[in-house]
Design a protein. Sequence first.
Length: 142
Amino acid sequence: MLNQKNIRLVAPYQVPGIKSVGLGELENYLKNKSIIALDTETSGLDQFTNKIVMLQIGDVNRQFVIDTRYVDVKCVGEWIKDKRIVGQNLKFDYKQVKWHYNWRLLKLYDTMLVEKILNNNKLEEESGFYSLAELAQRYLGA
C-alpha cells in the first residue's frame, strides 16, 4: 500500500520524510511495469499558455513526483510509451504532455471517460458525479 515512505521526489530540493532520487531510479522502476498511473499539475487549464509544474508517475507501490520546473522530463516519454497508462481525467494530462513534451502515448485508460460512457454522460449535471472521490465512493465505498 502506498504511503509516504513509497514516494520518491525528483527535484533539486528536499522534503522532510520523502526520499529524493534522480530520474535513473524512475527509469529502472518502470522497466518491468506494464501498467502505470500518470498525473500532471499545471499552472492552468490551457496547454498552450500554461506550464506543467509537477508530473507524477507510478503505481500502487511507488510514486515518483517530479518537479518539472527544475527537471527535464522529455526522456520519460520513451520509458512509458509502450505501457498502459491509467488516470482520472487522463485526457487533460495527455493533452499537456503531448503539447509540452511531444509524447505519443497509445495505451490510455481514462477512468473519468469510462465512467461517462458507462453512464451515457447523463448525470454530468450532478456536481462531482465524475470526480475521483465520487468514483472511489461509488465503487469502493472509500
